[in-house]
Design a protein around this ligand. Structure first.
Ligand code: 2M8
Length: 403
């Protein structure tokens, strides 16, 4: 751990991870999210700096939840007493959801190996990781253009991003079966959570997907953020596979990475805007929301002029006192406290820290130190929002503090 940092944050973040540890998996937040979420679980493994064996177990349990077609469910419901809506019955399954989430598990496995994780156990993770990446290209690219779509806003991990507004209009909220939200019992300020109308559309889409064999429903939006994370994850997988002499896996991963990177530039780059755009695969419409996902392709190797334009766009449109906002204040939909509509999320800063030359981590750590391991933060005044004692905020602090 770094010596100039008060030991306090290390202690606090470690106790958050301990409190949210359920043995073989870590919940994102004890009350609000009482199950195993895919990318939260991978971030928990990234932060399990001092207990690398526990991090291996986290990834083993995450990947053991995969469907037979390779998809890693965005939620695995382990605990029948964990109150959450929508539960497995709503998904039409026994114990897991049928959509996925941004695949950050290859990056987690790579760090776990670097930190001394058992090579044989990490090697056993490689195949399910590769299959989960293949699944995105097989099941989430209906137009076969080399980038991937999300089949539900929840699949993106950025649930309420304004980028989904137009496409969600295709979902009839009145078609949702009756349900009761439970999230508002834990976060009582309604301004910080999705609206009831959002929830009716989310629920209606889950019901549609459950009724049609767990494929795609009436929401299919090509997402530069998900595509970029997938391409980057394949780069991470290739490096991991190289380290374990799994040459065939590494070659295939680099091939996928290059195909998705090319697909991003060919199909989702907008030169006049200087950022990536979203493509509604069903309506054929482009969505130009100025949100952080439009810049996530900085995770991969882009042509110089594209990377330069993205960096300039971030400097110009995303500089707030507590960066990075998830929606630009220049976008009419910007809301500094709205769920995924403006607040800073620490995992997004973790993803973009290295592409931006390491300039985000120190300010983010200062904020977490001051305001605690909150779920998200107001990018204008730094206020902590959403759940308290949030796993990935703690985990990423520990990862960064470990150097
Ligand atoms: C949020 O999503 C869930 C639905 O999956 C919810 O709102 O109930 C998102 O922030 C998502 O990215 C995250 O993985 C999940 C658990 O932290 O919460």
């Amino acid at each position: 751990m770094r010596e100039d940092r008060p030991v306090d944050l290390v202690d606090r973040a470690t106790s958050v991870l301990r409190a949210n540890d359920r043995g073989r998996y870590t919940v994102p937040a004890g009350h609000l999210y009482p199950h195993q979420w895919a990318w939260d679980s991978a971030f928990a493994a990234i932060g399990s700096v001092v207990d690398v064996d526990r991090a291996v177990i986290e990834l083993e349990s995450l990947l053991a939840s995969a469907w037979s077609d390779g998809r890693v469910p965005h939620i695995r419901f382990h605990d029948p007493t964990g109150v959450y809506f929508p539960g497995p019955a709503f998904w039409g399954t026994h114990d897991r959801s049928s959509i996925s989430q941004p695949p950050v598990w290859a990056a987690a496995a790579r760090r776990v190996l670097d930190r001394g994780g058992d090579p044989d156990r990490v090697r056993a993770l490689i195949e399910p990781i590769a299959r989960s990446h293949e699944w995105f290209l097989a099941a989430r690219d209906p137009s076969d253009i080399g980038v991937v779509a999300v089949g539900h806003p929840w699949e993106s991990g950025m649930d309420n991003s304004p980028a989904w507004n137009a496409a969600m209009q295709a979902i009839d909220p009145a078609s949702a079966p009756p349900f009761e939200r439970v999230d508002q019992q834990h976060v009582t300020d309604a301004a910080q959570r999705p609206t009831d109308d959002d929830y009716r559309r989310y629920a209606a889409l889950v019901t549609e997907i459950a009724g049609n064999g767990f494929g795609l429903g009436s929401f299919v939006v090509y997402d530069p953020g998900m595509s970029a994370i997938l391409a980057w994850a394949d780069g991470e997988l290739a490096t991991l596979a190289d380290a374990l002499d799994e040459t065939g896996v590494a070659v295939a991963a680099r091939r996928r990475r290059d195909r998705v990177t090319a697909g991003l530039v060919d199909h989702l780059w907008d030169d006049s805007l200087g950022r990536f755009v979203f493509l509604d695969a069903l309506a054929g419409a482009t969505c130009t929301s100025n949100v952080i996902s439009a810049y996530l392709p900085l995770l991969v190797d882009l042509p110089d002029e594209v990377a330069t334009a993205l960096r300039a766009g971030l400097d110009h449109d995303f500089s707030t006192p507590f960066p990075l906002p998830t929606t630009s204040p220049a976008d009419p939909a910007f809301d500094p406290v709205g769920y995924w509509r403006g607040p800073m999320w620490v995992n997004v800063n973790w993803l973009l820290d290295a592409p931006l030359g390491g300039r985000l981590r120190e300010r983010t750590l200062e904020l977490v130190e001051e305001r605690g391991c909150r779920e998200y933060f107001d990018p204008l005044n730094g206020a902590g929002l959403g759940a308290d004692d949030f796993t990935w905020t703690a985990a990423i602090a520990l990862d960064w503090l470990s150097g």
